[in-house]
Ligand binder design. Structure first.
Ligand code: ADP
Ligand code: MG
Ligand code: MG
Length: 875
């Protein structure tokens, strides 16, 4: 039997997302629920894969199935495809498994040609509408399917409107529209060297192919990469009978959420536009009306809508984002999906739905994207600074947050500026999918047009980027890169600030303050803590970071990078004097000067952690990194240790390494310079003894030896640790427990983990180095290479950000198994950057680790990711 590629809406259901895509599956589900859905069919994601892997042609098999489905659709609608009297018009809509707003292009009114448009005019008695639909179709088809620049059409339309003195597209009459259709066809002919295709079937096949190809376009790639969506999922195509929102004042179109997507409040939230087609609202062509106004304008439709919206919400047990069209006073649903929302809204909706008894707290935990919490962990404006700020305008609060930065007028410029390290605000007339990367790199986005559901708003909310939209007072000059607002001229590079929660726009920079966890957020995180198995620690080098992490729920420190303690100006001179010493005794003398700093650093950390466990890593980086650079720096060291600069330079030259990341670093430093390790151990132990005495804690320092690949080198360093610790403890005349463990970050450590576990009391996976060494790919040079590898579909994700389960993960699993075979209860953790990445946290849960450790701002993300992992994969 041949494969079934085409499904009528009535043949599918909501669980068939993989095959039908999200939009198609939900259209089928809504059809089954009895909602008013214009009928149609879905061409499956399997057809997309087939298309893209077989020379980008639509197979005869697929075409035949499409033809059959069209016949069924003709029966349902009583209209005929390609007919000149009463033509069936369809939309061709993409829809992948995960919703990708604005990524894939939709073609509306397909099936029109010179005769059919007359047929439509006669059948509806509304020639204005018929030609309005036709001009839209010509442009969309040319733009989306063929790739003729949309600008050419916009230009003709804008110039025509201007010549007639029209303010809006609603002013165009039948003759105007007829004229524009002719002009549009001419643009097509000039560009393509042939006529606009008249055959409806050809239009349809071409459009389906174009949707499949759009899965392959650059902006789809960049969206998938940002959202971890695999390429091989493919997109489905939905072919659906048209309903028309552009038939007059009793028609319209809207985009509506069942709850407020910005705040989470249980209220209908959205926008609509009278006498318009769907994409007009989303694209921000005119500024739409708030949905609540429909209650006055069309009360019956409003009530009917609310009923269905609540029904859908109960059915899907989640807030819904719906697209509707009203055709001559009749309501149709065109789409529903779980709505994108801000993190604040996500938490409020989750907590409310539990209170309403709609879902359990465990179901609620699975409804919030861990990564999204990031939005709540970022600064807001300092209230006092905000009072003194200079507001120059106000628009829609489209995506919350506080942003301060320099103004840029296109995504390209933002990209360059952000690479220079500047904070940027992207200012656009309206955003389009091409702007996505620029938006991601901006602190905030400001648009002149568009409402709360415009492209800019939806995408910004998804990314957690602050966005203020629809500021129509702005007089924009994109070409010369400035805009006027509130009596000020703001040029490229000038500072402005945006408040995404109020919609206020300010001149200049405004101070921001740090966030805190309270209310719904706190309640939600408590639920997460109840179900997770993994502990969550933090990577922190200062008491300030450590305290922040505790506020965010950290249960200990998983990594202290002691080298970061020497960057301070005064200390670095002493540190340099130490590494540029000539003899052990000279170095020991220099180390003496560093001990007091280290003791107070460690005490500060222990104190900030209030007795929670603290893992301290011995000095790790190549000494190469600390070599003085300038003449002045050499002189400072010379003053410190009394050696001539020339001698210091010779010594520094000897420390130079060709490949320092794989050179003299980690435990290798302890092997060469045991005295450095002794100094650090004295400080770690003394600090613990003192703080335990002062505060009554029972700190058990966890001393971590980096870069071990051989049991004998571990043993060598451990011997230094033990003998030094014993002396300090004896001298203090008290009792102190401590642990000695190792980082697992060299493939050889994984391979020999059973031996290492004989001596090591804990393993902590250093997946930054482990990934670098497993791939043989330098962390510091990977950026450019990875861009190509991901862009060319060789790697699915950046392995330095998302743990590679197949390769690196296998080594980790080996280390876990081998380690446990020697020491059943060996403590296992991870302290690489992956410790705060949700997918990696899930993998660590599956491996049976005891804890993950990540930077303070990612602690809540890790807590939720750990909870979700525990719910999905019970141990
Ligand atoms: P996106 O995924 O970008 O939202 P859609 O496929 O949902 O794209 O289509 C864009 C807009 O076109 C929708 O807002 C919808 O209102 C309108 N639309 C799509 N199909 C139809 C149809 N059959 N009849 C009327 N309007 C439609
Ligand atoms: Mg849509
Ligand atoms: Mg390392």
């Amino acid at each position: 039997m041949s494969t079934k590629y085409v499904y009528m809406f009535s043949e599918g259901n909501g669980s068939m997302k993989e095959l039908l895509g999200g939009k198609g599956a939900n259209l089928a589900e809504m059809t089954n629920l009895g909602l008013p859905i214009p009928q149609g069919f879905t061409v499956s994601t399997e057809a997309c894969t087939l298309y893209n892997t077989s020379g980008k042609v639509l197979s005869d098999e697929i075409k035949a199935q499409v033809d059959k489905a069209i016949v069924k659709l003709e029966e349902i609608s009583g209209k005929k495809f390609g007919d000149n009297a009463n033509p069936l018009l369809v939309s061709v809509r993409s829809g992948s498994r995960a919703s990708m707003p604005g990524m894939m292009d939709t073609v509306l009114n397909l099936g029109l040609n010179d005769e059919a448009v007359e047929g439509l005019a006669n059948a509806t008695g509304n020639p204005r509408f018929a030609y309005d639909s036709f001009r839209r179709f010509i442009m969309m088809f040319a733009d989306v399917v063929i790739g003729v620049s949309k600008k050419k059409f916009d230009k003709v339309l804008d110039e025509y409107k201007e010549s007639k003195g029209y303010g809006s597209d609603l002013d165009l009459n039948v003759d105007d529209l007829k004229h524009i259709c002719e002009e549009f066809k001419k643009i097509y002919r000039d560009d393509q060297g042939k006529d606009f295709p008249a055959d409806a079937k050809i239009q349809l096949y071409e459009a389906i192919g174009a949707v499949f190809r759009s899965w392959d376009n650059e902006r789809a790639f960049s969206y998938r990469r940002m959202n971890d969506i695999p390429y091989d999922w493919g997109t489905a195509v939905n072919v659906q009978s048209m309903v028309f929102g552009n038939m007059g004042d009793d028609s319209g179109t809207g985009v509506v959420f069942s709850r407020n997507a910005a705040t989470g409040v249980d209220e209908i939230y959205g926008e609509y536009m009278i006498n318009a087609q769907g994409e007009d609202v989303v694209a921000g062509v005119r500024t739409p009306k708030p949905f609540a106004q429909l209650k006055e304008e069309m009360p019956a439709i409003y009530d009917e809508f609310v009923n269905y919206a609540k029904k859908l919400e109960r059915h899907y047990k989640d807030m819904q984002d719906m697209e509707i069209t009203i055709e001559k006073g009749k309501l149709y649903f065109l789409q529903t999906r779980n709505g994108k929302r801000t993190a604040t809204a996500a938490l409020k909706i989750a907590v409310d739905m539990v209170d309403e008894g709609l879902i359990t707290s465990e179901e609620a935990l699975l409804k919030v994207e861990p990564r999204q919490l990031d939005q709540l962990l970022h600064p807001t404006f300092d209230t006092k600074a905000l009072k003194e700020a200079n507001p120059i305008g106000k628009a829609l609060p489209a995506s919350p947050g506080a942003a301060t930065g320099k103004v840029y007028f296109n995504a390209e410029d933002v990209k360059e500026a952000s690479e220079r390290g500047e904070a940027c605000i992207l200012v656009r007339l309206e955003t389009s999918p091409e702007d996505i990367e620029g938006m991601a790199r901006s602190k905030g986005v400001l648009t002149v047009r568009g409402g709360m559901t415009s492209h800019a708003a939806v995408v910004a909310r998804g990314m957690g980027t602050c966005c203020v939209s629809g500021c129509e007072e702005i007089k924009m000059n994109e070409e010369e890169k400035y805009f006027d607002l509130g009596g000020h001229r703001i040029k490229e590079g000038d500072y402005i600030s945006l408040d995404g929660s109020t919609g206020n726009i300010y001149l200049g920079e405004i101070k921001t303050v740090d966030p805190e966890i309270s209310g719904n957020f706190a309640k939600f995180m408590e639920w997460a803590d109840k179900v997770r198995d993994l502990k969550v620690r933090t990577n922190a080098d200062t008491p300030k970071d450590a305290s922040k992490a505790i506020e965010f729920g950290a249960e200990g420190i998983g990594l202290t990078r002691t080298e970061h303690m020497f960057f301070d100006e005064e200390r670095i001179i002493k540190f340099r004097a130490m590494i540029l010493s000539d003899s052990v005794s000279e170095r020991e003398k220099a180390l003496e000067e560093l001990i007091p700093y280290q003791i107070s650093d460690f005490k500060g950390l222990y104190e900030a952690m209030e007795g929670r466990p603290v893992t301290i890593r011995l000095l790790d980086p190549p000494l190469h990194e600390f070599i003085p650079h300038t003449e002045a720096e050499y002189e400072a060291v010379s003053k410190q240790n009394g050696k001539p600069v020339a001698e210091l330079k010779a010594k520094a030259a000897a420390l130079h390494e060709i490949n320092p990341m794989m050179g003299h670093r980690g435990c290798r430093l302890s092997v060469t310079f045991p005295e450095i390790t002794r100094m650090q151990i004295v400080a770690i132990i003394k600090a613990a003894i003192e703080i335990n005495k002062e505060k009554g804690y029972n700190i058990v320092p966890e001393i971590m030896i980096p870069l071990v690949g051989e049991i004998k080198e571990f043993r060598f360093v451990k011997e230094i640790v033990d003998s030094t610790a014993a002396e300090v403890i004896k001298e203090a005349g008290v009792d102190l427990q401590y642990m000695v463990g190792t980082m697992i970050e060299i493939p050889r450590a994984c391979l020999t983990a059973d031996a290492i576990a004989k001596e090591a009391e804990f393993f902590s996976f250093g997946t930054n180095d482990l990934t670098q060494l497993t791939y043989g790919l330098s962390r510091d040079d990977a950026g450019k290479i990875l861009n190509d590898y991901i862009g060319k579909n060789i790697y699915e994700a950046d392995p330095t950000a998302r743990l590679d389960r197949t390769g690196v993960g296998q080594l980790m699993q080996m280390a876990v198994e081998k380690g446990k075979s020697t020491k059943e209860n060996i403590k296992l953790g991870i302290c690489g950057e992956h410790g705060g990445d949700p997918s990696s946290v899930e993998f660590c849960h599956m491996l049976g680790l005891n804890y993950v450790s990540c930077s303070p701002y990612r602690v809540p993300i890790a807590r939720l990711a750990a909870a979700q992992a525990a719910l999905k994969f019970p141990r």
